[in-house]
Design a protein. Structure first.
Length: 272
């Protein structure tokens, strides 16, 4: 009986809050939100992303939320978009679960979207943004970072912001901006460093800080989920290393914020 009721509610639009107006007229469905993750061979990454999407659904009931990967995991973004088309969905906003601009945001995702029959627009990546910094701060505190440092302790302390790295110079620009925002929040020096491709590497940044007398250095993991890069950077930490950003509530808020921004920008361009 419950299953039949659910099916009937779905057909009538009663199970999708906000789709039925007074007088029985239906409002158009909002564009689907497609969260675009990179993909990872580490099974913890996929589990983390799925839990994060459940948080997003809980925050915005009635919003169709889907997952697509650039590589390594199913469903691939191309398959997600093809499935949306088969279901009759005509409109989607793609939000990269990425923390800075780079090749994936500039090329891979737009090219996959262009091949789809569904109308799409690609939102801004998650960083830099204060909600991202809020998550980084929380993870550091969870790892043991004290928020009541004396002035002398601040001069000895620092944080290495460990990010994936990219050959795209815009990626480094975004990571440096995130580092500055985190430094303002913590009141200590924050140095961006990278797991691959870009310089400085995390161990190099740690050695440089140690040579400058910074003997209380934490590694802030600027990765969305557990994986090889996050593990390698944490292993290099001389003191504490924070956990990946994961399913922090601010991450779900940030995904919806980027979705809303993309919709508003699209509305302005259509009105122009």
């Amino acid at each position: 009986m419950n299953e039949i009721s659910a099916q009937l509610s779905g057909r009538l639009g009663l199970g999708r809050p906000g789709l039925v107006q007074l007088g029985g007229r239906r409002r158009p469905e909002p564009p689907a939100l497609v969260v675009v993750a990179h993909g990872s061979r580490d099974p913890r990454a996929l589990a983390t992303v799925r839990t994060l999407l459940d948080r997003v659904r809980a925050l915005r009931p009635g919003l169709p939320v889907h997952l697509g990967h650039i590589e390594l995991n199913a469903p691939l973004l191309t398959d997600t978009l093809a499935d949306l088309d088969a279901r009759g969905t005509t409109d989607a906003v793609l939000v990269p679960l990425l923390l800075a601009r780079g090749y994936h945001v500039r090329r891979d995702i737009p090219e996959m979207a262009a091949a789809a029959r569904v109308r799409t627009r690609v939102a801004t990546p998650l960083g830099p943004h204060p909600l991202l910094v809020e998550t980084l701060h929380t993870r550091l505190v969870e790892a043991g970072w004290r928020t009541d440092l004396t002035e002398a302790e601040r001069r000895r302390s620092a944080v290495v912001l460990a990010a994936a790295g990219s050959r795209d110079p815009d990626s480094a620009v975004d990571t440096r901006r995130t580092a500055r925002l985190l430094a303002q929040r913590l009141g200590v020096l924050v140095v961006p460093a990278y797991a691959s491709t870009a310089a400085p590497a995390v161990p190099e940044a740690l050695r440089t800080l140690a040579a400058r007398g910074r003997d209380r250095v934490a590694v802030a993991s600027c990765f969305t989920a557990p994986g090889r890069f996050a593990t390698e950077c944490a292993d290099a930490a001389p003191w504490i290393a924070s956990a990946p950003l994961g399913t922090h509530p601010a991450m779900a808020d940030l995904l919806l914020h980027r979705y809303d921004q993309a919709r508003e920008a699209d509305g302005r361009s259509n009105a122009a």
